[in-house]
Design a protein around this ligand. Structure first.
Ligand SMILES: [Cu+2]
Length: 129
């Protein structure tokens, strides 16, 4: 008896269900907080980036490879935003309007892209010298 053919539609339904659940979770939650993230303003020197609706200002910052830097992210918008650098597995997680967080990391050798996972196209660049 061949059971693989009747099983396929069920597998497809399960797969579609998992995808839908993942998409829903993504919409509701945004990025998960990860890396060295602290709440509030940075205590020492920090590079400041504002998250507005829906943009980062500045869109580009230049950092030195090998340096340990702190970036302070200030949500100046009316909507929630996050600041996420996939290459560094670094994310503030969702920040409410008015919330401030700071992220500390060692600058790698390559340029980096940062994004808000909640708003497609809301992104910027870390240029590395
Ligand atoms: Cu955003």
């Amino acid at each position: 008896m061949n059971t693989s053919v009747p099983n396929r539609p069920l597998l497809r339904v399960v797969t579609a269900g998992l995808l839908a659940a993942g998409l829903l979770a993504g919409c509701a939650g945004g990025a998960t907080k990860s890396g060295d993230i602290k709440a509030g303003a940075a205590e020492g020197d920090a590079v400041k980036i504002e998250a507005g609706d829906n943009f980062f200002k500045p869109e580009s910052v230049t950092l030195q490879a090998g340096e340990t830097v702190t970036i302070e992210i200030d949500n100046i918008g009316d909507r929630p935003h996050d600041w996420t650098v996939d290459d560094l597995e670094l994310s503030t997680g969702t920040m409410s309007a008015g919330e401030i967080a700071n992220a500390t990391f060692v600058v790698p050798d390559n340029d980096l892209v940062f994004v808000c996972t909640l708003h497609r196209g809301m992104e910027g660049t870390i240029k590395v010298n």
